[in-house]
Design a protein around this ligand. Structure first.
Ligand SMILES: O=C1C[C@@H](O)[C@H](O)[C@@H](O)C1=O
Ligand SMILES: [Co+2]
Length: 295
């Protein structure tokens, strides 16, 4: 028996960071193929209906539920109240959809959305003041999530001030462990050159949401050596589904199981859907995850 659930994110069908990737794929196709490939949960994407009843019906017809959705905070660059108001609306929608966690990533000084900023050379480093703003703001947003019996899960991310193991450690130290939890994304850790298994072991009790992203190592090297941006790397295919790249996901599931992890593990593999057929790659991921985890 396990309480580990398996879902998939719509980013393999249409990429909200670069909406021309998969612009031809509709919401209906995306959720139908998620279900057809054997997944029971999804995150939200830009093409999803914003009406709770409409979305609930479309997902229920396919046996899917909403695990969460991304929220960009701007705690380092905007007044706290502005982020808090947007966060409450986002939280309330997710709550109405039955989700238990809210994915948050600080984007105030992020370069992840900049088309031609070199990813490795230009990674931002938080100043002391930025660390204070982010950690204090996240504690307050975490309390807002708790009001609805939800958890804020922080998404470490390439091209942001919380990317490396040292930065994750600092964020975890500076925030309240009862209010700010961690989202564990394999792809971002391996892309950054971190010890993805060590980090999982260290924070497994604080990790409340998992993104399963695999990496094509030679393409990450190309991004580094040729000063390419995050979005260039995605378009070129530096990420892929579990089972198709260099990451071993067996120890990931073993550690989650040994520690009685309860929650979602979400395939999240952005690449060009015109090259990597989303249904084919969803099925590939589903098969591989079954082989390594029994799920
Ligand atoms: O969770 C994520 C959401 C995306 O928008 C992001 O860029 C991607 O890399 C990711 O991990
Ligand atoms: Co992710």
């Amino acid at each position: 028996m396990t309480n580990i659930k398996l879902g998939i994110c719509p980013i393999g069908w249409t990429n909200d960071d670069m909406p021309d990737l998969g612009k031809e794929n509709t919401f209906q196709q995306c959720v139908s193929e998620m279900a057809l490939a054997g997944f029971t949960g999804c995150e939200m994407g830009g093409k999803f209906p914003k009406d709770v009843d409409v979305l609930k019906k479309a997902l229920a017809l396919r046996g899917l539920s909403v695990a969460s959705a991304w929220f960009s905070s701007f705690l380092t660059t905007k007044p706290y109240e502005e982020t808090a108001e947007a966060f409450k609306a986002h939280r309330d929608f997710l709550h109405a959809m039955g989700a238990k966690v809210v994915v948050v990533s600080e984007q105030g000084n992020s370069i992840q959305g900049q088309l031609s900023t070199p990813l490795f050379a230009n990674k931002p480093h938080n100043t002391d003041e930025e660390w204070k703003l982010v950690s204090e703001g996240l504690n307050k947003l975490g309390a807002l999530a708790a009001e609805k019996d939800m958890k804020l899960v922080y998404h470490h991310h390439m091209g942001t001030g919380v990317q490396t193991e040292a930065e994750i450690d600092k964020l975890m130290e500076m925030t309240d462990p009862n209010l700010v939890f961690l989202l564990y994304d394999t792809g971002h850790l391996v892309c950054s050159g971190e010890d993805y298994i060590g980090i999982l072991k260290k924070y497994v009790n604080r990790i409340k949401h998992v993104h399963l992203k695999d990496v094509r190592k030679e393409l990450v090297e190309k991004v580094k050596n040729e000063n390419m941006s995050f979005l260039d790397g995605v378009r070129m295919g530096m990420f892929t589904v579990p089972g198709d790249g260099c990451i071993d996901f067996k120890p990931v599931y073993d550690i989650l199981k040994e520690n009685n992890y309860e929650g979602w593990t979400m395939v999240e593999a952005e690449q060009d859907p015109a090259i990597a057929n989303p249904l084919e790659y969803a099925q590939k991921a589903r098969k591989y995850i079954h082989e390594v985890s029994g799920l």
